[in-house]
Design a protein around this ligand. Structure first.
Ligand code: NDP
Length: 256
């Protein structure tokens, strides 16, 4: 094997690439940032509250021998969302992979959602993703990758309380498929990953509704952030060039 072959081996197939992971300070985003760095990418992450947590992720990226950057950028702020893309590409020199991970969950009966609730969830989970993607599409190198983090809630009739959250995540499915068409001529793919119950701050496996969520899966347990990150890493890599406009469940059989 030549050194070039080694660089392009599956476990290191993002060597020379740059990724931006939104909401990379905790949970699925942090695990994804570290997984992409392990595959050879330099990685920028965004955060809002978790400055120290974001710095820890950057140190983890650097410990893997890659460059890491933490950018404070609130997805609900149109200017910050767009600037984050430009800052990531400027500080790391290019942009190959966008992972739209930043998101908020808000469950409850339909009548209880205020206008502020609706605006916050849609501004984070839909408008922020759209504007980030729009900015990234202008920066992505040929062969680039766009990966959305959706939800298993869009894949079947969900448990109670999911109207607002499912509305927001369902919008990303349409966006993903339209992007797959629009960006195909530049070799850019767009796919969406639907996690099931994943043990994070948003949805702790020790939480009050955890037992029911575990029982809803075929495997009978929560997943880990790393299990979602592995799917993202596959979709980000060179081996996934013929995979676009597609939905992938990482949900322990929740949607089955
Ligand atoms: P966490 O709550 O553990 O982490 C959320 C991350 O998103 C944090 O890094 C947070 O940053 C960031 N974030 C939140 N709001 C914003 C914002 N306005 N702008 C930028 N960043 C923001 O969540 P998870 O890791 O569990 O979730 C990650 C994604 O996966 C979300 O899109 C979620 O909807 C989705 N998902 C999660 C499931 C689960 O069971 N955990 C199941 C299905 C989907 P900071 O802390 O710095 O503010």
């Amino acid at each position: 094997m030549t050194s070039d072959d080694t660089r392009n081996a599956p476990q290191d197939n993002l060597h020379g690439k740059v990724a931006l992971v939104t909401g990379g300070s905790r949970g699925i985003g942090a695990a994804t940032a570290l997984r992409l760095a392990r595959a050879g990418a330099d990685v920028a992450i965004t955060y809002v509250q978790g400055k120290e947590a974001a710095q820890d992720v950057v140190h983890g990226i650097e410990a893997l021998g890659r460059r890491g950057v933490a950018l404070r950028a609130d997805a609900t702020d149109a200017v910050e969302a767009v600037e984050a893309v430009e800052r990531a590409a400027t500080s790391l020199g290019r942009l190959d992979v966008l992972v739209n991970n930043a998101g908020v969950g808000l469950l409850g009966p339909l009548p209880t959602f205020s206008l502020a609730d609706v605006d916050r969830v849609l501004a984070t989970n839909v408008r922020g993703v759209f504007l980030t993607t729009q900015a990234a599409a202008a920066q992505l190198a040929p062969g680039g990758r766009i990966i959305m983090i959706g939800s298993c809630m869009t894949q079947r009739v969900p448990g109670p309380g999911g109207t607002l959250y499912a509305t927001s995540k369902s919008a990303l499915i349409g966006l993903t498929k339209a992007l797959a068409r629009e960006l195909a001529d530049r070799g850019i793919t767009a796919n969406i990953v639907h996690p099931g119950p994943i043990d994070t701050d948003m949805n702790p496996a020790s939480g009050p509704y955890a037992a029911g969520q575990s029982a809803d899966t075929a495997v009978g347990r929560f997943g880990s952030a790393e299990e979602v990150a592995s799917m993202v890493a596959y979709l980000a890599g060179g081996e996934a060039g013929y995979v676009t406009g597609a939905e992938f469940s990482v949900d322990g059989g929740h949607a089955a």
